[in-house]
Ligand binder design. Structure first.
Ligand code: FAD
Length: 380
């Protein structure tokens, strides 16, 4: 039950559910099959204020809290995992770093149009040889007069093909201990020398746009440095902490969709003269699924609440992301099991949830990395 939600949060839940059930869910299977990015839906989400949900009104946002934003991600993810991923990436990765670290001028120029839903943004951290070890970034940005010259490549960057700008991490020098200094730069996608390709054939979240980025002597003005040029590494760790709450919320939404299908199917499917929901083995599966989803949701809300209170939330965001993503995989797997052979067929739509939810154990820090983050927070 949502007894803990405020009136505003409850209203957002109802509004987004209504929108997602009408505008997203009926098309999700088709978008999955065709790997279609639903740009028109993003325009509509922009009109509803969803792309600026957690940002203040003075930056074009809706002034909502992180819990409201997590609710929106869950509801969109319940309708379509791929759309949910692109929504979460647009807000948590494309827009949030500019809100957290940008100058007033950068906020006006880049954040406001994103928050209003007029443009999309992306966040390019991962490289072919630097994934979990993002500090091993090889992309470089060299200062030449008043401009940085960027060379390198990034992989699997969400939304880049539809973005007006990408926040790119690059090595800009070495510190006193000889370690790479990583700087974040705002790079307009129409910059000469910047190539964006979207040729990946993904297992799931296929409605989400995923891109390879190549930088060949891409020039951006010095003013496009985001935040402290020495602290790009710390900044993206903070950004990912926030993003993990949204990935956890997305896992909850996908699991919820799979659970609802399994519950309904279990009540309808008759074997041995009775609905399979009358078998205790199936009841126990459904009971565990319902419980685990609710526990994960509560952890998402707790991490979001801590963030809103300005309290440390790194450990809790990792708890939420790790538990929700692994829970999501278990729940979607059991939803197929409850459907038997029908669950293995595309027609019933549960196999899509399993394919979609798998990404939650990988993106924005794998499950192994979440365990490392938690262990570090425990002082290990
Ligand atoms: C659909 C999709 C969308 C994405 N969107 C974005 C995006 O918008 N922006 C972006 O920057 N990135 C994005 N990513 C990249 C994603 O964040 C990385 O895939 C992820 O961080 C893991 O990196 P990797 O794939 O290189 O795996 P690797 O780091 O190579 O890991 C491989 C395996 O080794 C394990 N491993 C690695 N290091 C350790 C360790 N120290 N201890 C124990 N185990 C370890 C991992 O957990 C994993 O199981 C996206 C990826 C996908 C698939």
């Amino acid at each position: 039950m949502d007894f803990s939600l405020t009136k505003e949060q409850q209203m957002i839940k109802e509004m987004v559910r209504d929108f997602a059930e009408k505008e997203i869910a009926p098309y999700a299977a088709k978008w999955d099959e065709e790997a279609h990015f639903p740009l028109d839906v993003f325009r509509k989400m922009g009109e509803l204020g969803l792309l600026g949900l957690p940002f203040p009104e003075k930056y074009g946002g809706a002034g909502g809290d992180t819990i409201s934003y997590a609710i929106a991600v869950e509801e969109i993810g319940r309708a379509c995992g791929g759309t949910g991923l692109s929504y979460a990436a647009a807000v948590s990765l494309g827009a949030s770093p500019i809100y957290y670290f940008g100058t007033e001028e950068q906020k006006q120029k880049w954040l406001v149009p994103m928050a209003k839903g007029e443009t999309l943004g992306a966040f390019g951290l991962t490289e072919p040889n630097a994934g979990s070890d993002a500090g091993g970034t090889r992309t470089t940005a060299v200062l030449d007069g008043d401009e940085y010259v960027i060379n390198g490549e990034k992989c699997w960057i969400t939304n880049a093909q539809y973005a007006r700008q990408v926040i790119v991490t690059a090595v800009t020098g070495k510190d006193a201990r000889g370690k790479n200094i990583i700087t974040a730069l705002i790079v307009p996608t129409d910059s000469p020398g910047f190539t964006i390709r979207s040729n990946y054939d993904k297992m799931g979240v296929r409605a989400s746009n995923t891109c390879e980025l190549v930088f060949e002597n891409v020039r951006v003005p010095k003013e496009n440095v985001l935040g402290d040029p020495q602290k790009g590494f710390k900044q993206f760790l903070y950004t990912l902490d926030g993003g993990r709450i949204s990935i956890a919320a997305l896992a909850v939404g996908i699991a919820q969709a799979a659970f609802e299908k399994a519950l309904q199917y279990a009540k309808e499917r008759v074997q041995f003269g009775q609905p399979i929901s009358k078998f205790q083995a199936i009841q126990f599966k459904l009971a565990d699924m319902a419980m685990e989803i609710e526990l994960a949701r509560n952890m998402v809300y707790k991490a979001a609440w801590l963030k809103d209170q300005g309290k440390p939330f790194t450990k809790e965001a990792s708890f939420a992301k790790l538990f929700a993503s692994e829970m999501g995989f278990r729940v979607c797997n059991q939803a197929i099991q409850i459907h038997g052979g029908y669950g293995y067929m595309k027609e019933y739509g549960v196999e899509r949830h399993l394919r979609d939810v798998k990404l939650m154990e990988i993106g924005e820090g794998t499950s192994e990395i979440q365990r490392l983050v938690i262990a570090r927070q425990l002082g290990c």
